[in-house]
Design a protein around this ligand. Sequence first.
Ligand SMILES: Nc1ncnc2c1ncn2[C@@H]1O[C@H](COP(=O)(O)OP(=O)(O)O)[C@@H](O)[C@H]1O
Ligand SMILES: [Ca+2]
Length: 503
Amino acid sequence: MLLSVMGKCTLKPQLAGALVAVIGCTSLIALILMLVQNDSAEMPPRFQYGIVFDAGSTHTALFLYKWPGAKENNTGVVSQVLVCDVEGPGISSYANDPPAAGQSLTVCLDDAKKAIPIGQERNTPVYLGATAGMRLLRLQNATKADQVMEEVAKTIKEYPFDFQGARILLGTEEGAFGWITINYILEGFIKYSFEGKWLKPKEGEILGALDMGGSSTQITFRPTDPIKDPTSEVQLRLYGLNYGIYTHSYLCYGKDQAMRQLQIQLLKMNNMSQRVTHPCYHQGYNLSLALGDLYDSPCAEKTGAFDPTDIVTFLGSSDPGQCLKLTNTIFNFSDCSFPPDCAFNGVYQPPINGNFYAFSSYYYTFDFLGLAPQAPLPLVLSTIESFCKKNWSMVKTEYPNIPEKYLQDYCASANYKMTLLQEAYKFNETTWSNIYFKKKVADTNIGWTLGYMLNQSSLIPSEHPLLITGVNHGQWAAGIFFIVFALFLSFVVMIILFAGNIN
Ligand SMILES: Nc1ncnc2c1ncn2[C@@H]1O[C@H](COP(=O)(O)OP(=O)(O)O)[C@@H](O)[C@H]1O
Ligand SMILES: [Ca+2]
């Protein structure tokens, strides 16, 4: 059919030849241009990388993330490549030797460098965020805090990365970025369906975040009621939707500072006696501390003069009932400017709403107790009680591989967390099952770092991604088909003309 049409063609051979040559050349140029353009849109770089240092109060960790280098910077595509735990304590512990804080980061920086393809280092942003340990140091000695931050920045700048700054995060940022991390990983904001459509997840799929470090603890969630205290509200616009979230960070209510508050409370209740019974410590476990160390924190309420070299010894009594009562004493449940919506210490909190992920210290404690992620409240309480009743030698025999520095505190910290969750945040027997104790999701650690990087690198668009920009595969295939067909046609016409000339 095609040949017969061509056979009736009345064009002069020279004109037809020129036309064929033009079509052929244009198609060839178009094909080359398409290949070149497609290459530049999808090939270099295949992945982009980003680094975030979490400079916590007890330790620092480096997180390396990667995502497709093209424009597909939408949900679910940033993944964790590497976690490197920095040797030694948190950077705030280097207040008297700031250069050592910087030095401590080099092993992890070297590891990250090895994990990033050669040539892409300069295109890799690095952020360092310090949290409550540095907030406390800044309260104690702002000059020393500045020196530590300068030294860590200096060390990172010695590497060929794109250093974007080292700073102390606000408590509200720490809470909000943890919340973004969880909901980003779990596709709470937006889902990309198999049919290639962007879907808005159902209302209830947004999770709250409960984070507890060594020095502060954060609660972040989307309340049903309007937020009455603007200081605890964070407004976010993600993928075309607005989110008003409630967040609060309690300084001095991280696990280690809470443990210190319990000790100070006991000492005060015992008139600064040198030997004090500690109901949360196991019988047979004794802990001696110099008063200078015990009170060396802005979280330590000093009630009178003391000799910093004096020693106090806490004697464990394995008494869970008294321990739970003691944990209550470090909270003030009476002051409230927004009655009845307060957690503790006069801090506003709307009623909790939805499911929560509880991570860091929450996870360590509940995982240690061997509780299933959704163990019912009565079982949790009885498990804590029976663990706290054990004496120290039983505990040590039962858990020979757990470092003593953690083992000594599980009873105290479990009771402290129960008081915080039930009395302060108001989780009850029904809502208890809405808490999921987690460390990782989809091979990504839960914490504020991913949310921080997504925000700093503008990886979450504020508007809905209606169109996928660039040439998609369907269009690309159609283009190639058309060009190949045009070339084939030119070739056939040429053969016909050539054959005609011979005849
Ligand atoms: N494996 C573990 N078991 C029990 N406690 C732990 C473990 N690892 C860390 N911790 C403690 O849990 C608390 C929270 O840890 P983390 O979230 O790393 O704190 P931060 O961010 O303040 O450095 C700290 O008191 C830390 O010492
Ligand atoms: Ca932390």
